[in-house]
Design a protein around this ligand. Structure first.
Ligand code: K7E
Ligand code: CUA
Length: 627
């Protein structure tokens, strides 16, 4: 009797428990924000925070919804994150050496890097078709050496580094693509005598030093970059730029500072005037002028003097030393971010064109007409202190980063009123919203790229990582969901819907590929005088050949083909004491070159864990001494 009662009680309690569990799982399916169950288990954590955690949680077996591509600043890299998890998935070497993949060691990557072992990567830009990201390529500038790189998004590898682009000293004002990826513009930060290598005293600054904007043409088939044409500009500093779209397609907009033309103590001297300019450039007109041969060859580039093409460049007065300029998704407005003023200034493209067409000018500078400010400007939005950059959502809202205030302001493109503000930590530079630079932003997420992290992570000494914060845009109030460290400084980032990117799984077999071997019978060492070529094959878990005998002083070319045609089975290859290293991804053939200038025995081995017998994947390079 007693026993039965206990049993009944047990069944009843178990039933109640299962029922509760069921009820919870059903309720959480109905509304993912129902967090009562979780809340009870984490004392002191508010419902809001649990809600944020659920929104960013991507469970095992599921994938993120967006890719976020963030520049790695002076590390020269490109970082790939998943959103909303904010997990870093990959670091792609672009302007830097990276031993993890042998980038900077293989012949191909060494040639791409050329004379430079570093770069200062600022603005990644996804290729566009009809103003939408198309997922094919990503371009990114190197401010330090006036170069730009293309990363192919089918393999997430750097495929071209182009430059130094002639005549453009420090192209901070790049990369900003035209809506069909015909061009991107590169505008110089530093005025300088051109071509590179020309000497002129600073006293000659106003005459001899030039600003330049280059239009880099993109081959629509393979993304190959070349200089289309360049245009000479006054010796000012050009900051961020943006391309027109929709109604303003065919134009591009650059911010300027140091129209004072100072060349010492810019911190003080370049903010003397109350106004600098946004420069509006009719790139289609300049493209035509280049076709018509109105160019001079300077440094190997076709350079246009805009005085030969009247009506191609105009100045729009803007609050002093503006930083970013951003064109709205419909192309109707361009927005100057004040930096030193607590406002962003909204200009109407339609009004601008009216000033141009009716010659409604308020003067000129260096031969360029200055359009009527009062007429062109439609609003000054009091966003807060230190506005730098603006992004957009799908509901007609703009989001501006406030560096000095450590906040993001949300404001309406309909009535130009600030509707919300949220703190970020600390000092945001760029913002990136989902598909934010396209004609169709998604809204949903915004990432604030913050310059300082200070107390946000465990301390790692006097210098800390930088920080990205994910912000939820799905309700009327912005909400910070997640903090993700990034190291070093992210400047800009772009966020693309994950299903737009189509990667391949293995490098296809190609008998014609230089140095490739696909059968162990074809693996060999070929000697031609002092030149030795090794055709090596790598597959789980051995190398063919696994012993290579050469002579001291030989010039060695070493090809490695990974014949594991199997996703994610990558082999490494490192030779001890020779500073030789690379990886070969599934199906890929890599090439290394070196001089065997030290005799002895040098083990080589696979550096990338590939199988249970990875440790056995090794061989010997025997270098016979000369005498
Ligand atoms: Cu504003 Cu180099 Cu884009 Cu940094 S830049 S913030
Ligand atoms: Cu191949 Cu480890």
């Amino acid at each position: 009797m007693h026993k039965i009662k206990l049993k009944t009680l047990f069944v009843a309690v178990a039933g109640l428990f299962v029922g509760l569990l069921l009820a919870y799982s059903i309720s959480s399916q109905i509304s993912p924000t129902t967090t009562g169950g979780l809340k009870a288990s984490k004392e002191g954590v508010s419902e809001d925070l649990i809600d944020a955690a659920l929104k960013t949680y991507v469970p095992p077996g599921q994938l993120d919804e967006y890719y976020l591509f963030a520049s790695g600043g002076h590390s020269g890299q490109l970082f790939v994150y998943g959103v909303p998890s904010m997990r870093r998935i990959r670091s792609i070497p672009v302007f830097n050496k990276e031993s993890a993949v042998g980038y900077g060691w293989t012949t191909e990557s060494k040639e791409m890097l050329g004379d430079f072992a570093w770069g200062d990567a600022h603005h990644p830009a996804l290729s566009e078709t009809k103003g939408d990201y198309d997922g094919r390529w990503l371009f990114m500038n190197d401010n330090a050496n006036s170069r730009v790189a293309r990363v192919n998004l089918d393999s997430f590898t750097t495929q071209q580094i182009f430059g130094p682009v002639p005549n453009v000293y420090g192209p901070h004002g790049s990369v900003f693509l035209t809506p069909n990826s015909e061009y991107f513009m590169m505008a110089s930060r530093f005025a300088g005598p051109i071509p590179y290598g020309t000497y002129s005293e600073l006293d000659n600054f106003k005459e001899d030093y030039k600003g330049v904007m280059a239009a880099i043409a993109i081959d629509p088939k393979d993304g190959e970059m070349s200089v289309g044409w360049e245009v000479l500009l006054p010796p000012w500093s050009y900051d961020l730029s943006d391309a027109g779209k929709g109604v303003s397609d065919g134009w591009c907009f650059l911010t300027t500072y140091n129209t004072e033309e100072a060349y010492h103590l810019l911190e003080v001297e370049s903010s003397q005037r109350e106004r600098d300019y946004i420069m509006a450039i009719n790139w289609k007109m300049l493209e035509q002028a280049a076709k018509d041969g109105k160019v001079k060859d300077i440094g190997g580039a076709k350079v246009i003097d805009p005085m030969d093409v009247p009506g191609s460049v105009y100045l729009v007065p803007c609050a002093k030393s503006p930083h970013g300029v951003d064109v709205t998704p419909d192309g109707k407005y361009f927005i100057g971010n004040g930096k030193l003023a607590p406002t962003v200034t909204v200009f109407s493209f339609e009004n601008f064109m009216e000033c141009v067409n009716t010659k409604d000018f308020q003067g000129e500078e260096r031969g360029f007409p200055i359009v009527n400010y009062e007429k062109t400007r439609v609003a000054e939005v009091e966003v807060g202190l230190g506005p730098l950059h603006t992004q957009f959502d799908d509901k007609g809202n703009a989001y501006t980063s406030l560096f000095v205030e450590s906040a993001v302001a949300k404001w309406s493109l309909t009535d130009f009123k600030v509707t919300d503000k949220t703190q970020v930590h600390y000092c945001p530079g760029h913002l990136a919203s989902a598909e934010g630079d396209t004609v169709n932003p998604d809204g949903k997420y915004l990432v604030s790229l913050n310059k300082l992290a200070k107390d946000k992570y465990l301390s790692v000494g006097p210098s800390h990582p930088e920080s990205m914060q994910l912000i939820d845009l799905t309700s009327s109030k912005m909400k910070v969901l997640y903090d993700s460290p990034t190291d070093p400084e992210p400047h800009f980032a772009q966020m693309i819907k994950a299903d737009k990117i189509k990667t391949f799984e293995v490098y296809p077999k190609d008998e014609a590929r230089e140095g490739a071997v696909y059968a162990k019978e074809d693996a060999k060492v070929v000697r031609d005088g002092n030149n030795v070529t090794v055709y090596m094959m790598a597959f789980r878990s051995r190398y063919y050949p696994d012993a290579v005998e050469i002579n001291e002083g030989d010039h060695v070319t070493w090809y490695i083909t990974n014949t594991d045609f199997d996703e994610d089975i990558t082999h490494g290859f490192g030779i001890m004491f020779y500073d030789i290293n690379c990886e070969s991804q599934p199906g890929q053939t890599q090439k290394l070159e070196f001089v065997a200038d030290k005799a002895g025995v040098y083990p080589y081995y696979c550096t990338n864990f590939c199988s249970a017998l990875h440790q056995e994947m090794q061989g010997y390079l025997l270098i016979k001494p000369k005498s």
